[in-house]
Ligand binder design. Structure first.
Ligand code: ASP
Ligand code: MG
Length: 595
């Protein structure tokens, strides 16, 4: 019999009525022939209230007592939910983290799961009961109660779904699901029936509040199909699942970060260690850096631009001035009233011309692109804030995101691990648990080395709408796949764009590009067939400060010069000289504690 895990967040169990509604859902699922494990959060704002109450007693609540206190929120919920199920005529057993056997370490308020016993849950399920598990909590070896950090019920739900090999983990919440973009800004925004894990992670800033990134990353590692569903209706929500043929569109969604500010450091030395100094200055002030772009150096000097929340601009400028001083050269400038518009879709991996299409639709509505950075499945542009909402609508329509797909809502089918040699229960449990533990501190999961690309740079092109569109349309028409695109802040009306293509496509791409740039007399074309790209991949990189700091420090210590930088929510990439690729890869693996 298949197991369904159903997680109900605080708002979905806030009142007696909502508790009964949650119970009815679990009962209906049970009666449809599934075994059901519910994972429940504390009601409404209970956790916040408890935190506030403790603060009224002391400025420094002892962490052990804090967990003892906070865990009561979930304990209250599970008891009420179990009662509700019983009044509906089904068996239910409420269990605390300790009763289930969720063993954690002793780091109170941010404990890591060490072991999960499935015995008790299985016994209850086999006995025909619905298990109502308290989210967010566990116990340590001495049975001290611990909690997993705010929002930890998502982690509990995904972890239980993974160890129980549930058919689906349903996350009930107060939204319809995941949308193509913010429906408050674009009234034609649609709920997407299905989205790939990576797309969801790249849209994290958009989906923030829907689900914690860490649990999505975790679900991805164990192929746990997640379904974000509304608690208030029968909506089928959005399935977050492995990439499948069902993903019909090349772009699944758009994200807009409205209140960004840009900071550029130009004329800085083009030598190893420069970026390490810049990032350490930002890191020291804990400035959350988002979009980072470094284009190829010119005349011996380099330049880097990045975005920060508008509210952090003043502090960022101070840090940037410090960096320039320490570097002994450079000029700092900034731009306010800018926004970041991004398109996300796994279809970009296999379709050329996606970037060209986006740039063209922006050009058609007179939007100038100030900066560009891309990843395999994401294109981010920095544009002027007063145009951003119109631009969002235009790009939304350009990718036909306002039209429905015909895809029927599917129930996730769990992928079999391996070819027939599914890991034994014991091994799976061990894997799940060790991943969970490791994930709490390491945001970086991989460092990739790609030696297959070549770089092309076009400098001194006019800084006006439509230039990037013209370039990338010509390349797409020639059927060349572009990997990474980088455009940084322009100077005195001149822009510079760099991109990478497969080295085997270099000659063909140069022919296409030469033809198109011939219309701009001042334009310069350069290329380099001898590059390597290093990408640090993980989650929670939206603020790239810490990762950048570590990455550039390691490269600096290995005396490696960085030619280009580009970023997305899930990765930070640097282009270097190919002969240094392996040395750099080793240095980064070491810096991030990976093997
Ligand atoms: N009640 C806890 C919190 O608010 C855990 C959760 O809701 O996921 O952080
Ligand atoms: Mg909550």
């Amino acid at each position: 019999m298949s197991i369904i895990v159903q997680k109900f967040g605080g708002t979905s169990v806030a009142t007696a009525q909502k508790i009964l509604a949650a119970a009815r859902r679990a009962v209906a699922t049970k009666r449809a022939g599934h075994q059901v494990v519910m994972v429940v959060s504390a009601r409404g704002h209970k956790t916040d209230e408890l935190v506030d109450l403790a603060a009224e007693i002391t400025d420094a609540p002892p962490p052990r007592e804090m967990d003892m206190l906070l865990s009561t929120g979930e304990q209250e919920s599970v008891a009420l939910v179990a009662m509700a199920i019983q009044t509906l005529g089904e068996k239910a057993v409420s269990l605390t983290g300790g009763q289930i056997g969720i063993l954690t370490d002793t780091s109170y308020t941010k404990a890591r799961i060490r072991n999960i016993s499935t015995d008790r849950m299985r016994r209850c399920l086999d006995d025909g009961a619905i298990v109502v598990a308290a989210g967010f909590q566990g116990v340590d070896d001495d049975l001290n109660i611990t909690t997993l950090g705010r929002g930890g019920s998502d982690t509990t739900a995904t972890a239980l779904a993974a160890v129980l090999r549930a058919a689906e983990c349903e996350i009930y919440t107060d939204v319809e699901g995941v949308f193509t973009t913010d429906p408050r800004l674009v009234k034609d925004a649609r709920k997407v029936p299905r989205i790939a894990y990576d797309e969801m992670l790249e849209m994290a800033s958009l989906g923030a509040g829907v689900m914690h990134s860490r649990s999505i990353e975790f679900a991805k590692k164990f192929s746990v199909p997640l379904r974000v569903r509304p608690a208030y209706s029968d909506g089928t929500g959005t399935l977050i699942a492995p990439e499948g043929e069902e993903d019909q569109r090349v772009v699944s969604g758009l994200a807009l970060a409205k209140n960004e500010a840009r900071v550029s450091l130009s004329g800085i030395p083009d030598r190893p260690g420069t970026m390490a100094i810049v990032f350490s200055k930002m890191g020291a002030r804990k400035i959350p850096i988002d979009m980072v772009v470094q284009n190829v150096a010119e005349g011996g000097t380099a330049e880097v631009s990045f975005t920060v929340p508008q509210s952090d601009l003043a502090e960022t400028l101070t840090a940037a001035e410090e960096a320039v001083k320490e570097l002994g050269a450079g000029v700092v400038d900034s731009g306010t009233a800018v926004s970041k518009l991004s398109a996300v879709g796994v279809g970009m991996r296999s379709h050329s011309g996606v970037a060209a299409h986006m740039f063209q639709s922006l050009a058609d509505s007179g939007v100038n692109i100030q900066m560009i950075t891309t990843s395999e499945i994401k294109i981010s542009t920095l544009i002027s804030r007063d145009q951003c909402e119109d631009a969002l609508k235009v790009v939304h329509a350009a990718f036909k995101l306002d039209r429905p797909t015909n895809e029927p809502p599917t129930v996730g089918v769990r992928q079999k691990a391996g070819n027939g040699d599914a890991p034994s229960q014991g091994r799976l449990l061990h894997e799940v648990v060790s991943k969970l533990a490791a994930m709490e501190d390491i945001v970086v999961s991989e460092v990739l080395l790609d030696e297959s690309q070549a770089r092309i740079t076009i400098s001194d092109i006019p800084d006006e709408p439509g230039i990037s569109a013209t370039i990338f349309s010509a390349i797409a028409e020639g059927d060349v796949m572009v990997d990474m695109i980088i455009q940084n802040q322009s100077h005195s009306g001149r822009a510079r764009v760099s991109f990478t293509v497969d080295r085997t496509d270099l000659e063909r791409c140069l022919l296409l590009v030469r033809e198109v740039v011939s219309q701009w007399p001042s334009a310069q074309l350069t290329y380099d067939g001898d590059i390597a790209t290093l990408s640090v991949v993980g989650i929670g990189l939206r603020t790239h400060t810490g990762v950048g700091e570590r990455m550039f420090k390691a490269l600096s210590e290995a005396s490696i010069n960085i030619q280009l930088i580009n970023t997305s929510e899930m990765r930070m990439s640097a282009v270097i000289a190919r002969p240094e690729g392996h040395k750099a890869h080793a240095a980064l693996l070491k810096a991030f504690g990976l093997k």
